[in-house]
Design a protein around this ligand. Structure first.
Ligand code: SS9
Ligand code: ZN
Length: 343
């Protein structure tokens, strides 16, 4: 299997406000380095650098003003004499105005964010767009006839929606790739999110559309981040009604129960009969993940990949979360190995 990877991810490692404490972000460079090392150690396949893409490609799923914000935020932050990481500190919640874009950077940071898990640093824009380019290059490989590819994205993207960043995510790499597949001639694409956390960004972007079916298995938002999306009754709207499927699962969920939910989701995808499948591959469902509460074992990730292979679709795996760095390489590559064996 072809892997797409960019060293540019090293340009980004900010802080985060976690559980009330400012600390180095859990979403750290060692994650991608460990996965790359495992890709190489297992001989998964060739590793290629991403191509260059115009930022208009990101604006196929994000608003132009949001993309402009990401591009300029660091300069606007440092222009007023700041040199530390930029973090949002106020958000337009409840009856506060969310219809007028503030002109000052402190207001913009909250206007374009859902939480304080998204620091903007000197290298964030370069890293985020390289990550989106990794996903676009992987999708181009599928469009050129590859049966599958692995977009080793960092930073991740599945919490980023059309106009907001959050949960370590800036550009929604998987959504950008799904849209690119449609722009490349596909009629329908399925986006399956297996990260522990609900893919609120992908859901939001495609919620009113029937040309992308969004499905997510995740920790129940009643007691898992992102808390405010991912319930079972979110089934789409307008033309998208019936094309959004959430599988909230309880803390402690292990393979048998997880596998059943995955089977059901794969049944929905088979019935939808898309031209391609994009998988938001988070492995924070691992039993030892420091910020998540499922109980998958490393061997279960082989089963996960094999089940997805049975769909027999051109498949792009897009790296999302996973924070037990020691095991992230084994767990992520197990999905890909299982996929190759199961196909
Ligand atoms: N106390 C939980 C803090 C969660 N912070 C954001 C998690 C983002 C996961 C992205 S896959
Ligand atoms: Zn996650």
């Amino acid at each position: 299997m072809l892997t797409i990877y960019s060293d540019a991810h090293h340009l980004h490692h900010g802080c985060e406000l976690k559980d009330g404490v400012l600390m180095p972000c859990f979403e750290q460079p060692g994650r991608a380095d460990t996965i790359l090392a495992r890709v190489r150690a297992t001989g998964l396949g060739p590793v290629a650098a991403p191509g260059e893409y115009d930022s208009v490609r990101y604006a196929r799923v994000h608003s132009p003003r949001y993309v402009r914000f990401l591009e300029r935020a660091w300069d606007e932050w440092t222009a007023i004499g700041r040199s530390h990481d930029a973090l949002p500190l106020i958000w337009p919640v409840r009856d506060l105005r969310g219809d007028i874009e503030p002109e000052f950077i402190d207001g913009k940071l909250g206007f374009y964010a859902m939480d304080a898990g998204v620091a903007i640093t000197a290298g964030t824009w370069k890293a985020a767009r390289a990550s989106a380019n990794v996903a676009l290059t992987g999708m181009d490989a599928l469009l050129a006839g590859e049966g599958s590819a692995f977009a080793l994205c960092r930073p991740p993207g599945h919490h980023a929606a059309a106009e907001y960043m959050g949960g370590y995510c800036y550009l929604n790499n998987a959504a950008i790739a799904a849209q690119s597949c449609l722009d490349g001639g596909a009629g329908k694409v399925a986006l399956l999110d297996v990260d522990y956390h609900h893919g609120n960004g992908g859901q939001s972007i495609f919620y009113q559309r029937d040309d992308v079916m969004f499905l997510s298995l995740h920790g129940d938002p009643k007691y898992s981040y992102p808390y405010f999306s991912g319930h079972r009754d979110e089934t789409g709207a307008g033309a998208g009604l019936g094309f959004n499927h959430n599988y909230p699962l309880p803390h402690g969920t292990g393979w048998p129960a997880y596998g059943e939910a995955l089977d059901h989701a794969c049944g929905q995808i088979a019935a939808y009969a898309p031209d391609a499948l994009v998988v938001s591959l988070g492995v924070d469902t691992f039993k030892d993940d420091p910020i998540s509460q499922f109980r998958l074992e490393s061997e279960d990730f082989l089963r996960l990949g094999a089940r997805i292979a049975k769909l027999d679709l051109p498949t792009l795996f897009v790296m999302e979360g996973g924070y037990m760095v020691d095991d992230i390489g084994i767990n992520a590559v197990n999905v890909l190995t299982g996929f190759q064996a199961g196909g």
